[in-house]
Design a protein around this ligand. Structure first.
Ligand SMILES: Cc1ncc(COP(=O)(O)O)c(C=O)c1O
Length: 454
């Protein structure tokens, strides 16, 4: 690292990487060996590294840059708001707060009409848990194993995947219990759809009855990072009925599935089921500024007319965070992103499915809208994955990382987790980019095929 000046005018790529890895944390990993790529620019569906190499962003970073990088309207909105009113505390009314509230009323599932703004999806879920507990007077939250709901003490407690383990038992709030997820490819309770009668939903009723004191059920309507798991049509309406029958709130975590990703404004729209609370973040501002949202029904809101709303942040409804949300919603409408997600999603899905015949390592290809997963298995009969959560936490090399690294070498960035990949390019993606990304994936899969059990 250069030591000629204490504040170098321009850091070299080597300096940037070195300082970043030495003095800042890499998330969800052992720190040793972390050597992050230096990114200098990003536009539309691509980003550029310090050496000038261009990469196709096949996962919209963390499934969040829905409109593509550097959307001009979003940038303009941030600039204008910074000039007009960058910050005022949450106790004041602002034009942009009212504007966003009006815009949200148009696109959110009907019935959600009072909003709490946060600066992340994690905080949106924290707000949801506190609200659910205050309103119902009950404590327990039911979540599901294959899930991620955030990193703080409440949201990590509700996270089913191995990111929770390091916080067990003391570093998380009490009262969260786990139900089996819906996964018709590999049912956690050994059933087969449709003969199962949606046993995974019925089991949640069994839990509610036997646990008592259940305030809410939280779920990702389509599970995101943990594998784009799509419930059968009957699941969500049944769960809604179960929650209603027992006075339990239904929280839809749409941090990843919101904002046209699945071909509807929100994934819950696929089943016409309205949650009591909906949380979201990521695509709400095209990820250009951190913003989260916790949206509640009038019934929940009215509880707080006469009860103390015991929650808040300095940055709640921060004007600078709200302006890009209004711009993003307008852009999503202008670009007809739901139609685009459906059209391009069908194209991407078709191409991914076509790979299955030639790659014995592909267990399943599944998706909805422009949100797809390819699950790798070392044995198609047993559906055994190449790696599991314990491998990830132990820092053992994952086969999906090997495949991703090969793809990065060939200029395509694709998110992976345990033993699957999540395909979620910006919704403006062109067919040629999909063709290119899938071709690079096709080539890299030879690494997985070579590891399949003979
Ligand atoms: C479904 C879901 N919920 C919550 C979160 C947490 O959001 P954030 O990282 O903005 O805190 C994420 C993040 O990936 C997510 O995918």
């Amino acid at each position: 690292m250069s030591t000629t000046t204490s504040i170098p005018e321009k850091l070299s790529t080597a300096d940037v990487k070195e300082i970043t890895a030495r003095h800042t944390y890499g998330t969800w990993r052992k720190q040793k060996g972390w050597s992050p790529l230096h990114v200098v620019d990003a536009e539309d569906c691509h980003f550029v590294d310090g050496a000038g190499k261009r990469y196709l962003d096949f996962s919209s970073q963390l499934m969040c840059v829905t409109l593509g990088h550097k959307n001009r309207a979003v940038i303009q909105a941030i600039q204008d708001q910074a000039e007009k009113l960058a910050f005022v505390g949450p106790g004041f009314a602002t034009e942009i707060r009212a504007e966003l509230a009006k815009a949200l009323l148009e696109v959110l599932p009907k019935g959600l009409d009072k909003f709490f703004f946060t600066t992340s999806g994690t905080e949106a879920n924290e707000a949801a848990f506190k609200i659910a507990r205050m309103v119902t007077g009950k404590t327990k939250i039911i979540s599901r194993y294959r899930s991620y709901h955030g990193s703080t003490m409440g949201s990590i407690a509700a996270t089913g995947d191995p990111r929770r383990w390091a916080m067990e038992p003391a570093g998380k709030v009490q009262g969260v219990i786990f139900a089996p997820e819906v996964n018709c490819y590999k049912c956690p309770i050994g059933h087969t759809y449709p003969g199962c009668g949606i046993a995974c939903a019925e089991y949640i009723e069994h839990m509610i009855v036997n646990e008592s004191d259940v305030a809410a059920v939280i779920l990702e309507p389509v599970v995101g990072t943990n594998g784009v798991l799509i419930p059968p049509m009957e699941y969500m309406p049944r769960l809604r009925k179960i929650c209603d029958a027992h006075g339990v709130l239904l929280i839809a975590d749409e941090v990843m599935t919101g904002w046209c990703r699945t071909g509807k404004w929100f994934a819950m729209d696929h089943w016409d089921v309205a949650p009591d609370i909906l949380t979201t973040a990521k695509g709400i501002t095209n990820a250009a500024i951190p913003l989260g949202l916790c949206a509640t029904t009038e019934k929940i809101a009215s509880y707080f007319d006469e009860h103390f709303f015991s929650h808040g942040h300095t940055y709640e409804a921060h004007p600078l965070t709200l302006a890009p949300a209004v711009a993003s919603i307008n852009e999503m409408k202008r670009l007809k992103l739901n139609d685009r997600a459906n059209e391009m999603g069908a194209y991407l899905g078709g191409k991914l499915r076509a790979l299955q015949a030639g790659h014995p390592s592909i267990g399943e290809v599944r998706g909805i809208g422009l949100f797809w997963a390819v699950e790798l298995v070392k044995n198609r009969e047993t559906k055994a994955p190449f790696n599991v959560g314990a491998d990830k936490v132990a820092g053992r090399p994952l086969l999906v990382d090997k495949v991703s690294a090969r793809m990065m070498g060939n200029g395509v960035f694709l998110q992976s987790w345990m033993s699957h990949f999540v395909f979620a390019p910006p919704l403006i993606v062109a067919r040629e980019d999909i063709d290119h990304g899938v071709a690079v994936f096709d080539e890299a899969l030879s690494l997985a095929d070579a590891e399949v059990e003979k």
